[in-house]
Design a protein around this ligand. Sequence first.
Ligand SMILES: Cc1ncc(COP(=O)(O)O)c(C=O)c1O
Length: 389
Amino acid sequence: MLTDRINTLSESITIAITTLAQELKAEGKDILSFSAGEPDFGTPQVIKDAAIEAINNNFTRYTAVDGIPDLKAAVANKLKRDNNLEYAPNQIIVNNGAKHSLFNLFSATIQNGDEVIIPAPYWVTYPELVKYCGGTVVEIQTHDYSAFKITPEQLQNAITPKTKMLVLTTPSNPTGSVYSKEELVALGKVLEGTEIIVASDEMYEKLIYDGTFTSAAAVSEDMFKRTVTINGLSKSVAMTGWRFGYMAAYDSELIKATKKLQSQSTSNINSITQKAAIVGLDGQADDDIEMMRKAFKERRDEAVELFNKVDGLSVLKPDGAFYLFVNIQEISNDSLNFAKDLLAKKEVAVVPGVAFGSEGYFRFSFATDIESIRTGIKRIEEYIKEMNS
Ligand SMILES: Cc1ncc(COP(=O)(O)O)c(C=O)c1O
């Protein structure tokens, strides 16, 4: 009954672990979950007020498929102000979350035989979407000793005549690593003279704790022309449930193609979310964003210190996002088993590294309160001591 295409998709291990943790919690177990990929804060009040106003004004009808003009202008202004990128309205489309942006982008550009380079560890959705579109995933493995970043040499070696796209995630989910301007320039040089598209997923852009953020498209004229910038508000303004994302590309024909797909599938995104997103983008929520960033930074600092005191574990201090990618190689090279056993014995949920394409690690989300983080790390330490005794 089902198509081969749908059968290429695997179920997300992240969601599987989160669901299992929720079930155990419902049974009354004292589960501490560090598996979720979303902020534990509420959406800022100014954004909620804009949505309530939109409802009261009956802003509840179909809109332009690619987003209302005010919203597209807010996206363009944000890209200019924060990223030094200049896009016209026909180079921007608004989607139902950045995941939908990626789905539309991959659907419009990847077909049978195309190769897509994905640095590992990666966000779980990329390889699934590539396979769904008929493409082949070419992984470049990175490690904690290279700060989970690919080098120009690794990129050069991965390129073949079939390479269609390179996916970059900065800051990264699951590692929090951030590419510097110089590193992006060096990667861009490798791509010069090719037709390779760069999909730059910048979802965690606002969550930077050390150093500065640079958009891939901003490092050279050549990179501007080949890069599709993907971003949204889920992580930066705690709007995961509202479903807002966008992409911007130099090639307006590409944007037009994704608009055609969107017009025949989902149509416009929720009209109320569109009004709310303007406020999330135009600076009115900047104080809230800064408050959340500071809270995440404090949690990161303490969690890194605590983890690095545990015998057998080590973790890099990530420059951005809200994840730690903890190395467990001294203890286990079966991260799925480790995560399941930890959940069963200590009621702590983390996501195994294998879900992100890198064995010997787990992802720990610090988008939760500090007391839970402290207790969770203590339980992980006890678990490891008991394993070794
Ligand atoms: C790297 C990355 N890109 C995109 C997304 C999707 O975000 P959205 O909620 O806008 O679909 C996520 C969510 O986990 C993510 O981690």
